[in-house]
Design a protein around this ligand. Structure first.
Ligand code: DUC
Ligand code: ZN
Ligand code: ZN
Ligand code: ZN
Length: 489
Protein backbone atom coordinates (compact mmCIF):
# COMPACT_ATOMS: atom_id res chain seq x y z
CA UNK A 1 0.00 0.00 0.00
CA UNK A 2 0.99 3.60 -0.35
CA UNK A 3 2.36 2.91 -3.83
CA UNK A 4 1.20 5.08 -6.67
CA UNK A 5 0.79 3.49 -10.08
CA UNK A 6 -0.28 4.97 -13.41
CA UNK A 7 -1.32 2.54 -16.15
CA UNK A 8 -1.13 4.39 -19.46
CA UNK A 9 -2.42 3.79 -22.96
CA UNK A 10 -4.43 0.59 -22.51
CA UNK A 11 -8.02 -0.35 -23.21
CA UNK A 12 -9.83 -0.27 -19.88
CA UNK A 13 -12.59 -2.88 -19.82
CA UNK A 14 -15.51 -2.88 -17.41
CA UNK A 15 -18.55 -5.10 -17.86
CA UNK A 16 -20.57 -2.09 -19.04
CA UNK A 17 -17.97 -0.47 -21.33
CA UNK A 18 -14.52 -0.70 -22.89
CA UNK A 19 -12.66 2.59 -23.40
CA UNK A 20 -9.20 3.97 -24.11
CA UNK A 21 -8.13 5.39 -20.77
CA UNK A 22 -5.39 5.63 -18.17
CA UNK A 23 -5.84 4.32 -14.63
CA UNK A 24 -4.31 6.02 -11.61
CA UNK A 25 -3.97 4.04 -8.36
CA UNK A 26 -3.08 5.30 -4.90
CA UNK A 27 -3.13 3.51 -1.54
CA UNK A 28 -4.66 0.38 -3.02
CA UNK A 29 -7.62 2.17 -4.55
CA UNK A 30 -8.48 3.38 -8.07
CA UNK A 31 -8.39 7.17 -7.93
CA UNK A 32 -8.94 8.14 -11.57
CA UNK A 33 -9.96 6.53 -14.87
CA UNK A 34 -9.73 8.85 -17.90
CA UNK A 35 -7.58 9.54 -20.93
CA UNK A 36 -4.28 11.42 -20.66
CA UNK A 37 -3.71 11.47 -16.91
CA UNK A 38 -0.46 13.42 -16.34
CA UNK A 39 2.39 11.51 -14.69
CA UNK A 40 2.82 13.97 -11.83
CA UNK A 41 6.08 13.26 -10.03
CA UNK A 42 8.96 10.77 -10.09
CA UNK A 43 7.51 8.54 -7.39
CA UNK A 44 4.68 7.38 -9.61
CA UNK A 45 5.29 3.99 -11.18
CA UNK A 46 4.23 4.26 -14.84
CA UNK A 47 3.19 1.13 -16.75
CA UNK A 48 2.77 1.23 -20.52
CA UNK A 49 -0.32 -0.79 -21.48
CA UNK A 50 -0.43 0.17 -25.15
CA UNK A 51 -2.12 -2.58 -27.16
CA UNK A 52 -3.23 -4.36 -23.98
CA UNK A 53 -6.42 -4.80 -21.97
CA UNK A 54 -6.65 -3.37 -18.46
CA UNK A 55 -9.36 -5.30 -16.61
CA UNK A 56 -10.69 -6.03 -13.12
CA UNK A 57 -8.85 -8.96 -11.56
CA UNK A 58 -10.72 -12.23 -11.75
CA UNK A 59 -13.01 -13.31 -8.93
CA UNK A 60 -13.43 -17.07 -8.59
CA UNK A 61 -16.77 -17.83 -6.91
CA UNK A 62 -15.95 -21.48 -6.22
CA UNK A 63 -12.79 -22.93 -4.63
CA UNK A 64 -11.80 -25.43 -1.97
CA UNK A 65 -8.45 -24.49 -0.39
CA UNK A 66 -7.09 -26.54 2.52
CA UNK A 67 -10.29 -28.57 2.61
CA UNK A 68 -10.50 -31.86 4.50
CA UNK A 69 -12.23 -34.15 2.04
CA UNK A 70 -12.46 -37.87 1.23
CA UNK A 71 -9.88 -38.91 3.78
CA UNK A 72 -7.28 -36.31 2.86
CA UNK A 73 -6.72 -32.54 2.56
CA UNK A 74 -6.56 -30.55 -0.68
CA UNK A 75 -2.95 -29.79 -1.49
CA UNK A 76 -3.38 -26.09 -2.20
CA UNK A 77 -3.85 -24.00 0.91
CA UNK A 78 -4.64 -20.30 1.17
CA UNK A 79 -1.04 -19.41 0.34
CA UNK A 80 -0.22 -21.70 -2.59
CA UNK A 81 -3.72 -21.25 -3.94
CA UNK A 82 -3.34 -17.49 -3.82
CA UNK A 83 0.06 -17.60 -5.50
CA UNK A 84 -1.46 -19.67 -8.30
CA UNK A 85 -4.48 -17.37 -8.55
CA UNK A 86 -2.44 -14.16 -8.71
CA UNK A 87 -0.06 -15.60 -11.32
CA UNK A 88 -3.15 -16.37 -13.39
CA UNK A 89 -4.88 -13.00 -13.03
CA UNK A 90 -7.37 -13.83 -10.27
CA UNK A 91 -7.32 -11.40 -7.33
CA UNK A 92 -10.18 -12.69 -5.18
CA UNK A 93 -12.03 -15.94 -4.55
CA UNK A 94 -14.84 -17.22 -2.39
CA UNK A 95 -14.13 -20.48 -0.56
CA UNK A 96 -16.55 -22.88 1.11
CA UNK A 97 -16.35 -23.15 4.89
CA UNK A 98 -17.20 -26.72 5.92
CA UNK A 99 -18.74 -26.89 9.42
CA UNK A 100 -17.00 -29.02 12.07
CA UNK A 101 -19.44 -31.80 13.05
CA UNK A 102 -22.24 -29.59 11.80
CA UNK A 103 -21.08 -26.64 13.92
CA UNK A 104 -20.85 -23.44 11.88
CA UNK A 105 -18.89 -21.35 14.38
CA UNK A 106 -16.23 -24.03 14.76
CA UNK A 107 -16.06 -24.31 10.96
CA UNK A 108 -15.55 -20.58 10.58
CA UNK A 109 -12.84 -20.55 13.26
CA UNK A 110 -11.00 -23.32 11.49
CA UNK A 111 -11.20 -21.55 8.12
CA UNK A 112 -10.00 -18.26 9.64
CA UNK A 113 -6.90 -20.12 10.76
CA UNK A 114 -6.45 -21.76 7.38
CA UNK A 115 -6.60 -18.29 5.80
CA UNK A 116 -4.03 -16.69 8.13
CA UNK A 117 -1.41 -16.84 5.36
CA UNK A 118 -3.73 -15.46 2.66
CA UNK A 119 -1.96 -13.39 0.02
CA UNK A 120 -5.04 -11.94 -1.69
CA UNK A 121 -8.59 -10.98 -0.77
CA UNK A 122 -11.10 -13.73 -0.13
CA UNK A 123 -14.64 -14.29 1.08
CA UNK A 124 -16.53 -17.27 2.44
CA UNK A 125 -19.63 -19.25 1.58
CA UNK A 126 -20.70 -21.77 4.20
CA UNK A 127 -21.92 -25.33 3.73
CA UNK A 128 -24.91 -26.57 5.75
CA UNK A 129 -24.65 -30.29 6.49
CA UNK A 130 -26.98 -30.78 9.46
CA UNK A 131 -30.19 -29.17 10.66
CA UNK A 132 -31.37 -28.13 14.11
CA UNK A 133 -32.34 -24.92 15.93
CA UNK A 134 -28.72 -24.21 16.74
CA UNK A 135 -27.73 -24.34 13.05
CA UNK A 136 -30.58 -21.95 12.19
CA UNK A 137 -29.39 -19.53 14.90
CA UNK A 138 -25.79 -19.79 13.77
CA UNK A 139 -26.77 -19.03 10.17
CA UNK A 140 -28.18 -15.74 11.38
CA UNK A 141 -24.95 -14.99 13.28
CA UNK A 142 -22.88 -15.80 10.18
CA UNK A 143 -24.88 -13.34 8.09
CA UNK A 144 -25.22 -10.56 10.65
CA UNK A 145 -21.80 -10.72 12.29
CA UNK A 146 -19.41 -12.52 9.97
CA UNK A 147 -20.10 -11.23 6.48
CA UNK A 148 -21.30 -14.51 4.98
CA UNK A 149 -24.23 -14.12 2.59
CA UNK A 150 -24.46 -17.55 0.96
CA UNK A 151 -25.03 -21.11 2.16
CA UNK A 152 -24.36 -24.27 0.17
CA UNK A 153 -26.34 -27.51 0.29
CA UNK A 154 -24.79 -30.71 -1.07
CA UNK A 155 -27.48 -32.93 -2.62
CA UNK A 156 -24.73 -35.54 -3.24
CA UNK A 157 -22.11 -37.26 -1.01
CA UNK A 158 -24.50 -39.61 0.76
CA UNK A 159 -23.33 -40.43 4.27
CA UNK A 160 -21.22 -37.29 4.72
CA UNK A 161 -22.27 -33.92 3.32
CA UNK A 162 -25.60 -34.84 1.69
CA UNK A 163 -28.78 -33.06 2.78
CA UNK A 164 -32.33 -34.40 2.69
CA UNK A 165 -35.12 -32.51 0.94
CA UNK A 166 -36.39 -31.64 4.40
CA UNK A 167 -33.09 -30.02 5.35
CA UNK A 168 -32.93 -28.25 1.99
CA UNK A 169 -36.41 -26.80 2.51
CA UNK A 170 -35.58 -25.58 6.03
CA UNK A 171 -32.34 -24.12 4.69
CA UNK A 172 -34.01 -22.36 1.77
CA UNK A 173 -36.53 -20.82 4.16
CA UNK A 174 -33.82 -19.61 6.51
CA UNK A 175 -31.75 -18.23 3.62
CA UNK A 176 -34.74 -16.31 2.38
CA UNK A 177 -35.41 -14.67 5.76
CA UNK A 178 -31.74 -13.67 6.07
CA UNK A 179 -31.31 -12.38 2.51
CA UNK A 180 -28.66 -15.04 1.94
CA UNK A 181 -28.23 -16.88 -1.34
CA UNK A 182 -28.86 -20.63 -1.29
CA UNK A 183 -26.37 -22.62 -3.38
CA UNK A 184 -26.69 -26.26 -4.38
CA UNK A 185 -24.37 -29.03 -5.53
CA UNK A 186 -27.06 -30.72 -7.59
CA UNK A 187 -26.70 -34.48 -8.03
CA UNK A 188 -29.08 -37.10 -6.65
CA UNK A 189 -26.86 -38.60 -3.94
CA UNK A 190 -29.02 -41.69 -3.33
CA UNK A 191 -28.99 -42.56 -7.02
CA UNK A 192 -25.24 -41.91 -7.23
CA UNK A 193 -24.63 -44.41 -4.41
CA UNK A 194 -26.79 -46.93 -6.27
CA UNK A 195 -24.97 -46.27 -9.56
CA UNK A 196 -21.60 -46.72 -7.85
CA UNK A 197 -22.65 -50.08 -6.40
CA UNK A 198 -23.84 -51.20 -9.84
CA UNK A 199 -20.43 -50.40 -11.35
CA UNK A 200 -18.56 -52.21 -8.58
CA UNK A 201 -20.87 -55.24 -9.01
CA UNK A 202 -20.02 -55.23 -12.73
CA UNK A 203 -16.31 -55.23 -11.85
CA UNK A 204 -15.79 -51.67 -13.15
CA UNK A 205 -13.41 -50.22 -10.55
CA UNK A 206 -11.40 -47.72 -12.63
CA UNK A 207 -11.94 -43.95 -13.12
CA UNK A 208 -14.38 -44.54 -16.01
CA UNK A 209 -16.69 -46.05 -13.39
CA UNK A 210 -16.89 -42.58 -11.86
CA UNK A 211 -18.51 -41.16 -15.01
CA UNK A 212 -20.68 -44.23 -15.60
CA UNK A 213 -22.05 -44.27 -12.05
CA UNK A 214 -23.37 -40.68 -12.00
CA UNK A 215 -24.71 -39.78 -15.48
CA UNK A 216 -26.15 -36.37 -16.49
CA UNK A 217 -29.71 -37.47 -15.73
CA UNK A 218 -28.90 -37.47 -11.98
CA UNK A 219 -27.58 -33.91 -12.25
CA UNK A 220 -30.67 -32.88 -14.21
CA UNK A 221 -32.98 -34.45 -11.61
CA UNK A 222 -31.37 -32.74 -8.64
CA UNK A 223 -31.14 -29.41 -10.45
CA UNK A 224 -34.84 -29.56 -11.32
CA UNK A 225 -35.74 -30.57 -7.76
CA UNK A 226 -33.71 -27.75 -6.18
CA UNK A 227 -35.19 -25.23 -8.62
CA UNK A 228 -38.74 -26.32 -7.79
CA UNK A 229 -38.14 -26.28 -4.04
CA UNK A 230 -36.63 -22.78 -4.34
CA UNK A 231 -39.70 -21.75 -6.31
CA UNK A 232 -41.98 -23.19 -3.63
CA UNK A 233 -40.16 -21.11 -0.98
CA UNK A 234 -39.80 -18.21 -3.44
CA UNK A 235 -36.12 -17.56 -2.80
CA UNK A 236 -33.21 -17.17 -5.25
CA UNK A 237 -31.06 -20.20 -6.06
CA UNK A 238 -27.45 -20.52 -7.25
CA UNK A 239 -26.54 -23.82 -8.93
CA UNK A 240 -22.79 -24.48 -8.64
CA UNK A 241 -20.73 -26.35 -11.24
CA UNK A 242 -23.31 -26.89 -13.96
CA UNK A 243 -21.69 -29.74 -15.90
CA UNK A 244 -24.39 -31.05 -18.23
CA UNK A 245 -26.96 -30.04 -20.82
CA UNK A 246 -29.53 -31.71 -18.54
CA UNK A 247 -28.86 -29.29 -15.68
CA UNK A 248 -28.38 -26.28 -17.95
CA UNK A 249 -31.75 -26.80 -19.62
CA UNK A 250 -33.54 -26.88 -16.25
CA UNK A 251 -31.94 -23.52 -15.46
CA UNK A 252 -32.88 -22.12 -18.87
CA UNK A 253 -36.49 -23.20 -18.38
CA UNK A 254 -36.71 -21.69 -14.89
CA UNK A 255 -35.24 -18.41 -16.12
CA UNK A 256 -37.68 -18.31 -19.01
CA UNK A 257 -40.48 -18.59 -16.44
CA UNK A 258 -39.05 -15.67 -14.49
CA UNK A 259 -37.46 -17.55 -11.62
CA UNK A 260 -34.38 -16.14 -9.88
CA UNK A 261 -31.83 -18.85 -10.69
CA UNK A 262 -28.11 -18.43 -11.27
CA UNK A 263 -26.05 -21.06 -13.11
CA UNK A 264 -22.30 -21.36 -12.65
CA UNK A 265 -20.30 -23.39 -15.17
CA UNK A 266 -16.71 -24.26 -14.23
CA UNK A 267 -13.69 -24.18 -16.52
CA UNK A 268 -13.27 -27.97 -16.63
CA UNK A 269 -16.89 -28.42 -17.71
CA UNK A 270 -16.54 -25.76 -20.38
CA UNK A 271 -13.46 -27.12 -22.12
CA UNK A 272 -12.81 -30.79 -21.21
CA UNK A 273 -14.58 -34.03 -22.08
CA UNK A 274 -14.73 -37.35 -20.27
CA UNK A 275 -12.58 -39.34 -22.73
CA UNK A 276 -9.73 -38.74 -20.25
CA UNK A 277 -11.46 -41.03 -17.75
CA UNK A 278 -11.03 -43.97 -20.14
CA UNK A 279 -7.25 -43.45 -20.37
CA UNK A 280 -5.53 -46.76 -19.52
CA UNK A 281 -2.95 -44.91 -17.40
CA UNK A 282 -4.59 -44.55 -13.95
CA UNK A 283 -2.40 -41.57 -13.07
CA UNK A 284 -3.76 -39.67 -16.06
CA UNK A 285 -7.39 -40.80 -15.79
CA UNK A 286 -7.68 -40.15 -12.04
CA UNK A 287 -6.65 -36.49 -12.46
CA UNK A 288 -10.00 -35.87 -14.18
CA UNK A 289 -12.20 -37.28 -11.40
CA UNK A 290 -14.41 -34.52 -10.03
CA UNK A 291 -18.10 -34.31 -9.17
CA UNK A 292 -20.32 -33.87 -10.99
CA UNK A 293 -18.17 -35.63 -13.58
CA UNK A 294 -16.70 -34.05 -16.68
CA UNK A 295 -19.17 -35.13 -19.38
CA UNK A 296 -19.08 -36.56 -22.90
CA UNK A 297 -18.01 -34.18 -25.65
CA UNK A 298 -21.03 -32.09 -26.64
CA UNK A 299 -21.95 -30.98 -23.15
CA UNK A 300 -19.05 -28.52 -22.99
CA UNK A 301 -20.06 -26.95 -26.29
CA UNK A 302 -23.62 -26.48 -25.09
CA UNK A 303 -22.39 -24.98 -21.80
CA UNK A 304 -20.20 -22.51 -23.71
CA UNK A 305 -23.21 -21.49 -25.80
CA UNK A 306 -25.26 -21.05 -22.62
CA UNK A 307 -22.54 -18.82 -21.20
CA UNK A 308 -22.56 -16.75 -24.40
CA UNK A 309 -26.33 -16.30 -24.28
CA UNK A 310 -26.52 -15.49 -20.57
CA UNK A 311 -28.34 -18.66 -19.47
CA UNK A 312 -25.22 -19.30 -17.39
CA UNK A 313 -23.84 -16.19 -15.79
CA UNK A 314 -20.41 -16.51 -14.22
CA UNK A 315 -17.47 -18.91 -14.39
CA UNK A 316 -15.94 -20.67 -11.40
CA UNK A 317 -13.36 -23.42 -11.10
CA UNK A 318 -14.22 -25.74 -8.18
CA UNK A 319 -10.43 -25.65 -7.68
CA UNK A 320 -9.90 -28.68 -5.40
CA UNK A 321 -6.45 -30.12 -5.95
CA UNK A 322 -4.80 -33.38 -5.00
CA UNK A 323 -1.45 -34.75 -6.09
CA UNK A 324 -1.01 -38.11 -7.80
CA UNK A 325 -0.28 -39.86 -4.47
CA UNK A 326 -3.62 -38.70 -3.07
CA UNK A 327 -5.47 -39.65 -6.27
CA UNK A 328 -3.89 -43.12 -5.97
CA UNK A 329 -5.99 -43.79 -2.81
CA UNK A 330 -8.57 -44.95 -5.36
CA UNK A 331 -6.38 -47.09 -7.59
CA UNK A 332 -8.46 -50.19 -6.77
CA UNK A 333 -11.84 -48.43 -6.39
CA UNK A 334 -12.90 -45.21 -8.14
CA UNK A 335 -15.11 -44.35 -5.14
CA UNK A 336 -11.96 -43.61 -3.12
CA UNK A 337 -10.34 -41.24 -5.64
CA UNK A 338 -10.45 -37.78 -4.03
CA UNK A 339 -12.76 -35.67 -6.22
CA UNK A 340 -11.38 -32.48 -7.67
CA UNK A 341 -9.42 -30.70 -10.39
CA UNK A 342 -7.28 -27.56 -10.64
CA UNK A 343 -8.26 -24.31 -12.39
CA UNK A 344 -7.65 -21.30 -10.13
CA UNK A 345 -4.51 -20.34 -12.06
CA UNK A 346 -5.87 -21.35 -15.48
CA UNK A 347 -9.40 -19.88 -15.46
CA UNK A 348 -8.69 -16.39 -16.78
CA UNK A 349 -6.43 -17.63 -19.58
CA UNK A 350 -8.67 -20.48 -20.72
CA UNK A 351 -11.82 -18.37 -20.80
CA UNK A 352 -10.04 -15.64 -22.74
CA UNK A 353 -8.56 -18.09 -25.23
CA UNK A 354 -11.60 -20.32 -25.70
CA UNK A 355 -14.34 -17.68 -25.54
CA UNK A 356 -12.97 -14.21 -26.44
CA UNK A 357 -10.24 -15.23 -28.87
CA UNK A 358 -12.80 -17.36 -30.75
CA UNK A 359 -15.42 -14.59 -30.83
CA UNK A 360 -17.94 -16.41 -28.61
CA UNK A 361 -18.09 -13.55 -26.10
CA UNK A 362 -16.99 -9.89 -26.15
CA UNK A 363 -14.25 -8.43 -23.95
CA UNK A 364 -16.89 -6.71 -21.81
CA UNK A 365 -18.72 -10.03 -21.35
CA UNK A 366 -15.38 -11.60 -20.43
CA UNK A 367 -15.08 -9.15 -17.55
CA UNK A 368 -18.69 -9.79 -16.60
CA UNK A 369 -18.41 -13.59 -16.43
CA UNK A 370 -14.96 -13.69 -14.78
CA UNK A 371 -15.38 -10.87 -12.25
CA UNK A 372 -18.24 -8.35 -12.27
CA UNK A 373 -21.18 -10.75 -12.08
CA UNK A 374 -19.63 -12.51 -9.10
CA UNK A 375 -19.11 -9.19 -7.31
CA UNK A 376 -22.72 -8.21 -8.01
CA UNK A 377 -24.27 -11.51 -6.95
CA UNK A 378 -22.33 -11.58 -3.68
CA UNK A 379 -23.01 -7.89 -3.06
CA UNK A 380 -19.48 -6.44 -3.11
CA UNK A 381 -19.80 -4.45 -6.36
CA UNK A 382 -18.40 -1.90 -7.26
CA UNK A 383 -15.70 -2.20 -4.62
CA UNK A 384 -14.77 -5.42 -6.45
CA UNK A 385 -15.42 -6.39 -10.07
CA UNK A 386 -14.88 -2.96 -11.59
CA UNK A 387 -12.26 -0.36 -12.45
CA UNK A 388 -14.11 2.73 -11.25
CA UNK A 389 -13.08 5.61 -9.01
CA UNK A 390 -13.10 4.21 -5.47
CA UNK A 391 -12.87 0.53 -6.46
CA UNK A 392 -10.17 -1.64 -4.90
CA UNK A 393 -7.16 -1.65 -7.24
CA UNK A 394 -7.46 -5.35 -8.20
CA UNK A 395 -6.37 -5.10 -11.81
CA UNK A 396 -4.83 -7.23 -14.53
CA UNK A 397 -3.11 -6.28 -17.78
CA UNK A 398 -3.61 -8.85 -20.52
CA UNK A 399 -1.54 -8.94 -23.70
CA UNK A 400 -3.74 -10.49 -26.42
CA UNK A 401 -0.75 -11.21 -28.66
CA UNK A 402 1.23 -13.42 -26.29
CA UNK A 403 0.62 -17.14 -26.10
CA UNK A 404 0.72 -19.56 -23.18
CA UNK A 405 1.41 -23.24 -22.53
CA UNK A 406 0.02 -24.77 -19.33
CA UNK A 407 1.31 -27.60 -17.21
CA UNK A 408 2.51 -28.90 -13.87
CA UNK A 409 6.12 -27.89 -14.56
CA UNK A 410 5.28 -24.19 -14.76
CA UNK A 411 2.11 -23.79 -12.68
CA UNK A 412 2.16 -22.44 -9.10
CA UNK A 413 -0.24 -24.92 -7.53
CA UNK A 414 1.41 -27.45 -5.19
CA UNK A 415 -0.10 -30.33 -7.13
CA UNK A 416 2.23 -32.37 -9.32
CA UNK A 417 -0.49 -32.73 -11.96
CA UNK A 418 -2.60 -30.41 -14.08
CA UNK A 419 -5.75 -31.31 -16.02
CA UNK A 420 -4.73 -28.71 -18.63
CA UNK A 421 -1.28 -30.25 -19.17
CA UNK A 422 0.12 -29.08 -22.51
CA UNK A 423 -2.81 -26.79 -23.29
CA UNK A 424 -1.75 -23.89 -25.54
CA UNK A 425 -3.56 -20.66 -26.25
CA UNK A 426 -3.40 -16.93 -26.81
CA UNK A 427 -3.69 -14.06 -24.35
CA UNK A 428 -1.35 -13.65 -21.41
CA UNK A 429 -1.84 -11.89 -18.10
CA UNK A 430 1.44 -9.97 -17.85
CA UNK A 431 0.63 -7.90 -14.77
CA UNK A 432 -1.52 -8.56 -11.71
CA UNK A 433 -2.16 -5.79 -9.19
CA UNK A 434 -3.73 -6.80 -5.88
CA UNK A 435 -5.12 -3.86 -3.90
CA UNK A 436 -2.54 -1.55 -5.42
CA UNK A 437 0.45 -3.89 -5.02
CA UNK A 438 2.30 -5.20 -8.06
CA UNK A 439 2.22 -8.91 -7.27
CA UNK A 440 2.88 -10.43 -10.71
CA UNK A 441 4.91 -8.79 -13.43
CA UNK A 442 6.36 -10.56 -16.47
CA UNK A 443 6.70 -13.89 -14.72
CA UNK A 444 8.01 -12.54 -11.42
CA UNK A 445 5.97 -12.84 -8.23
CA UNK A 446 6.12 -10.45 -5.31
CA UNK A 447 3.70 -11.83 -2.76
CA UNK A 448 3.40 -11.39 1.00
CA UNK A 449 1.77 -14.16 3.07
CA UNK A 450 -0.79 -12.67 5.43
CA UNK A 451 -1.46 -9.64 3.24
CA UNK A 452 -4.83 -10.91 2.00
CA UNK A 453 -7.95 -9.49 3.60
CA UNK A 454 -11.24 -11.10 4.45
CA UNK A 455 -14.01 -9.45 2.43
CA UNK A 456 -17.35 -9.26 4.23
CA UNK A 457 -20.34 -9.77 1.97
CA UNK A 458 -23.59 -8.13 3.05
CA UNK A 459 -26.96 -9.89 2.66
CA UNK A 460 -29.85 -8.93 0.35
CA UNK A 461 -27.86 -8.60 -2.87
CA UNK A 462 -29.54 -7.46 -6.10
CA UNK A 463 -31.13 -10.84 -6.72
CA UNK A 464 -33.41 -10.21 -3.71
CA UNK A 465 -34.62 -6.84 -5.06
CA UNK A 466 -38.41 -6.77 -5.16
CA UNK A 467 -38.81 -10.26 -3.75
CA UNK A 468 -41.47 -9.11 -1.23
CA UNK A 469 -43.63 -8.01 -4.13
CA UNK A 470 -43.30 -11.40 -5.74
CA UNK A 471 -44.26 -12.98 -2.40
CA UNK A 472 -47.39 -10.87 -2.33
CA UNK A 473 -48.18 -11.85 -5.92
CA UNK A 474 -47.67 -15.50 -5.00
CA UNK A 475 -50.03 -15.23 -2.04
CA UNK A 476 -52.59 -13.40 -4.13
CA UNK A 477 -52.46 -16.21 -6.65
CA UNK A 478 -53.54 -18.76 -4.03
CA UNK A 479 -57.20 -19.65 -4.08
CA UNK A 480 -59.19 -18.67 -1.00
CA UNK A 481 -59.35 -21.31 1.75
CA UNK A 482 -62.71 -22.72 2.76
CA UNK A 483 -63.97 -21.71 6.23
CA UNK A 484 -65.41 -25.04 7.37
CA UNK A 485 -67.64 -25.59 10.37
CA UNK A 486 -68.94 -22.05 10.48
CA UNK A 487 -72.47 -20.95 9.95
CA UNK A 488 -73.11 -19.31 6.64
CA UNK A 489 -73.78 -15.60 6.99
N1 DUC B 1 -16.68 -31.78 -6.24
C1 DUC B 1 -15.39 -31.95 -6.41
O1 DUC B 1 -14.97 -32.47 -7.44
N2 DUC B 1 -14.54 -31.54 -5.44
C2 DUC B 1 -14.98 -30.83 -4.31
C3 DUC B 1 -16.36 -30.99 -3.97
C4 DUC B 1 -17.22 -31.31 -5.11
O2 DUC B 1 -18.41 -31.20 -5.02
ZN1 ZN C 1 -19.81 -29.53 -5.46
ZN1 ZN D 1 -16.99 -27.38 -5.10
ZN1 ZN E 1 6.44 -34.15 -15.95
Amino acid sequence: DGARILIKGGTVVNAHRAEEADVYIEDGVVVAVRPNIPVGDDNVRVIDATGKYVMPGGIDPHTHLAMEFMGTVTIDDFFSGHVAALAGGTTMHIDFVIPVNGNLTAGLESYKQKAANAAMDYGFHMAITKWNDEVAREMEVMVKEHGINSFKFFMAYKGSLMVTDDLLLQGLQKCKSLGALAMVHAENGDAVAEGQQQMIDLGITGPEGHALSRPPILEGEATARAIRLAKFINTPLYVVHVMSVDAMEEIAKAKREGQRVIGEPVVSGLVLDDSWLWNPDFTIASKYVMSPPIREAGHSKALQAALSSGILQLVGTDHCTFNSTQKAFGSDDFRKIPNGVNGLEERMHIIWDSMVETGKISVTDYVRVTSTECAKIFNIYPRKGAILEGSDADIIILNPERSFVMGAHTHHSRSNTNVYEGRKGKGMVEVTISRGRMVWEDGVLNIAPGSGRYVRMPPFGYIFDGIEKSDAAYRASLRAPVQRGKAAA
